[in-house]
Ligand binder design. Structure first.
Ligand code: TMP
Ligand code: ASP
Length: 239
């Protein structure tokens, strides 16, 4: 049962339920970029992101990553554990791209010798600035212990997802995660994993199959999201 609206973000709404320990998340078609300076809608995006997240989170649980996900309720809705979001966005990079390439003067697609984990402070007002672990601890956003757990889990997500997408003809370039804390103090993976929050490049052609099509006005945004849903739901190559 959906109760009062608890939180509205750029791409999702979170509702209270009749249980204090559960929320309902509703995925919207709204898309923003560059801290909401660019706004639009992507038809069917909410349903795609809901379905992809609902397909991935149980697999991540099985791979040893606790998550907030409980079940997909409808096209746009899912039931999740009520957690308090840690205001630190965690980006994991397999390959240089996006802001990392820009900041360091690297070609997009340049390989990295090992995955890079970055932290950003989740703040619309400040435009999600890059921070480090000391900053998160000093500001009281996460304890040192929580950050160690978050880093371990983020790399575990990467170790699961990289071959998962590779088997489906997709290079996982980088992605952003958010974690939450349960009332009992457990750190769990929250938010979503979708073409909004990952860079996906077709392994054969290099074609972008993610939100960069919207950010960079490349066209074909809806088709790219639908293609990623097909890849995720499809059988791995050779299976
Ligand atoms: P970046 O290269 O722009 O820092 O993005 C790194 C990854 O994080 C990329 O997969 C897209 C994702 N991301 C979000 O999910 N939300 C954001 O607000 C930004 C800037 C990036
Ligand atoms: N989070 C960005 C925004 O605030 C969107 C993005 O680039 O993914 O608009």
């Amino acid at each position: 049962m959906k109760g009062e609206l608890r939180y509205e973000g750029k791409a999702k709404k979170v509702f209270a339920t009749d249980r204090p320990d559960e929320y309902v998340v509703e995925y919207k078609d709204d898309a923003t970029a560059f801290n909401a300076q660019k706004r639009g809608t992507v038809a069917g995006k909410g349903a795609v992101n809901n379905a992809i997240t609902a397909a991935l989170y149980p697999r991540l649980e099985a791979a040893g990553v606790p998550t907030h996900f409980l079940e997909r309720l409808s096209d746009r809705e899912q039931r999740v554990r009520a957690v308090e979001i840690v205001p630190v966005e965690v980006v994991v990079r397999n390959v240089a791209a996006g802001s990392f390439s820009k900041r360091l003067g690297l070609t997009e697609g340049a390989p990295l010798a090992r995955p890079v984990v970055e932290y950003y402070y989740k703040s619309d007002v400040l435009g999600d600035p890059l921070i480090n672990d000391d900053t998160a601890v000093v500001m009281g956003w996460a304890s040192e212990e929580d950050l160690a757990t978050i880093r371990t889990l983020a790399l575990r997500v990467r170790d699961f997802l990289t071959p998962f997408f590779e088997e489906r003809g997709v290079q996982l370039v980088d992605f952003k995660l958010e974690f939450g804390k349960t009332p009992g103090g457990q750190i769990v993976l929250a938010d979503e994993i979708s073409p909004d929050t990952c860079r996906f490049w077709d392994a054969r052609t290099g074609e972008k199959l993610d939100k960069d099509r919207f950010r960079r006005d490349l066209g074909g945004v809806e088709d790219a999201y639908q293609e990623m849903l097909r890849r995720v739901l499809g059988e791995p190559a050779g299976a």
